[in-house]
Design a protein around this ligand. Structure first.
Ligand SMILES: Cc1cc2nc3c(=O)[nH]c(=O)nc-3n(C[C@H](O)[C@H](O)[C@H](O)COP(=O)(O)OP(=O)(O)OC[C@H]3O[C@@H](n4cnc5c(N)ncnc54)[C@H](O)[C@@H]3O)c2cc1C
Length: 265
């Protein structure tokens, strides 16, 4: 069985994340690029399954700038058997539709039995990629899973809703997304880091995917141009200093007035 985990390099959430006011995109030079935390958990979940069941090939796939390739090496060091990096300058500023088309084409090429994604990334946070891929690839999608069980012909899991827990199942091939409730990712061991250097890491351009793009109804020439255009980008204004209320006997009254003023009470 081949399981492809869609991993996304993102600016480190522990550092300052800066928006380039020129391009409207994340300023990647401003912070370290790391693997998105939820996609690391997705990878961990699938690697654990592969270790427990054997006969499972785990492939990490991303569509990301060329400079972020070290994150795929980390995925290989964690235990993925191979990696696929779609890196093409023409994809800079790709919106959700374009990203979905390109990832769908690469998934077609890879021929996965199961595709595992995060439920939303920490930078773009569109939260729709798994459903868009399912639509393009005509696969069932089981989203926001908090537990997962993979068998030879199906994937099952549970997800929390406001009213309770849903149990869902889909026949393979399928796409699932998981949440941050999945297990913490492992730190790659030295052996894994050394071994990662010898594992296959395939780099694909848009031209390499021309046939598959045609197959999903998104010919290369259409995929070269973004569908949505950023009109303006503005930095969020710095937060104003808050008011410190010292209790001189009137604190409760002033807090109540503060909340009422903001329609919070
Ligand atoms: C040159 C280049 C520059 C880019 N610059 C930016 C940027 O500045 N900011 C930005 O947010 N994105 C950037 N991207 C990536 C791409 O445009 C976004 O991934 C896409 O719009 C999805 O947005 P999202 O993260 O909101 O998706 P979501 O729907 O929130 O993602 C859900 C899940 O889908 C999967 N997924 C999403 N995107 C990818 C991906 N690219 N590769 C593999 N798996 C994925 C992950 O498993 C993720 O957990 C860039 C890509 C390239 C090639």
């Amino acid at each position: 069985m081949k399981i492809v985990v869609l991993v996304k390099p993102v600016p480190d959430t522990f550092g300052d994340r800066v928006l380039s006011l020129e391009t409207g995109l994340a300023d990647r030079a401003a912070s370290e690029t790391v693997l998105d935390e939820i996609t690391e958990r997705a990878l961990e979940t699938v690697i654990r399954h592969a270790e427990a069941s054997g006969d499972v090939e785990v492939v990490a796939m991303t569509m990301a700038p060329a400079e972020s390739q070290s994150t795929l090496r980390k995925a290989l060091a964690m235990g993925a058997a191979a990696a696929v990096h779609i890196a093409d300058e023409r994809l800079a500023g790709a919106d959700l539709v374009r990203t979905a088309q390109v990832l769908a084409a690469a998934l077609r090429r890879a021929g996965a039995d199961l595709v595992v994604t995060g439920n939303g990334s920490t930078d773009g946070s569109g939260g729709v990629m798994p459903s868009m891929l399912a639509e393009l690839l005509e696969l069932p999608a089981a989203t926001r899973l908090e537990t997962i069980e993979i068998t030879a012909d199906a994937v099952r899991g549970t997800r929390e809703t406001d009213g309770g827990t849903q149990a869902v199942t889909a026949p393979l091939p399928a796409i699932v997304s998981i949440t941050e409730r999945m297990p913490d990712p492992r730190f790659p061991a030295l052996k894994g880091i050394m071994g990662a250097k010898k594992k296959p890491l395939e780099v694909l351009s848009l031209d390499d995917l021309a046939g598959e793009l045609e197959g999903i109804g998104a010919p290369l020439e259409e995929t070269e141009e973004p569908r949505s255009i950023m009109l303006a980008a503005a930095q969020r204004p710095p937060r104003e200093a808050g008011e410190i209320i010292t209790d001189d006997g009137t604190a409760a009254e002033r807090i109540a007035a503060f909340l009422a003023d903001r329609r919070l009470a």
